[in-house]
Design a protein around this ligand. Structure first.
Ligand SMILES: [Zn+2]
Length: 194
């Protein structure tokens, strides 16, 4: 029996080493979020009026974003995380869509290419304002994290901001015209996670 098992163990040893190495690589390649981290963005209109909030909660499945906005034109509006945490001197200060992976914009675009980039990390779904201009929307996204350090952190060197656009995002065009930027809010940490 020993004669059979010993050579088998020797033969399997390199395989076991390979499995351990692969496991380590996989663990190091995945971001382990700090569940419970929180953040908030106070949304203002171009004339500086407070018109809403977006609150952020890091979960194990991604960042849960809960938004309430007032004073919008009825209908759809693109709701996007932008690359810079600035809303002054005007909303252009927030820069482009937050794009830590160098992907192309849009969920539909991504599906057509049959790739797994999933669009920009900051791409979210549209919000839809009712006839009275109020909107309520929740999102769960793994395109960003509230942890500092990973490349897809909203708290990178220049921070990040939420922008509400005048028009809805058709999701499929790289340079879709979503009109004016009608609300902006810098994302700020409110703690949590401890
Ligand atoms: Zn985008």
């Amino acid at each position: 029996m020993t004669r059979v098992l010993l050579p088998a163990a020797v033969a399997l040893a390199p395989l076991l080493v390979l499995i351990v190495v692969l496991s380590l690589v996989r663990c190091n390649g995945e971001h382990e979020p700090t569940v419970g981290l929180t953040a908030e963005a106070e949304l203002v209109s171009p004339d500086g009026a407070a018109i809403g909030t977006a609150t952020f909660l890091q979960t194990s499945n991604g960042v849960l974003i809960m938004a309430e906005v007032e004073g919008l034109a009825p209908g759809g509006h693109a709701f996007v995380i932008h690359e810079a945490g600035a809303c002054t001197p005007d909303f252009d200060a927030a820069g482009d869509h937050f794009n830590p992976t160098g992907a192309d914009h849009g969920f539909v675009h991504s599906a057509w290419r049959n790739d797994d980039s999933g669009g920009h990390g900051g791409d979210l779904l549209n919000i839809y304002a009712a006839a009275d201009g109020s909107a309520r929307a929740d999102f769960l996204t793994d395109g960003v994290t509230l942890d500092e350090g990973p490349s897809h952190s909203v708290f990178d060197d220049d921070g990040s901001a939420i922008i509400v656009h005048e028009l809805p995002d058709p999701y499929g065009e790289e340079e879709a015209d979503t009109g004016e930027r009608v609300a902006c809010g810098v994302i700020v940490s409110t703690g949590g996670g401890g």
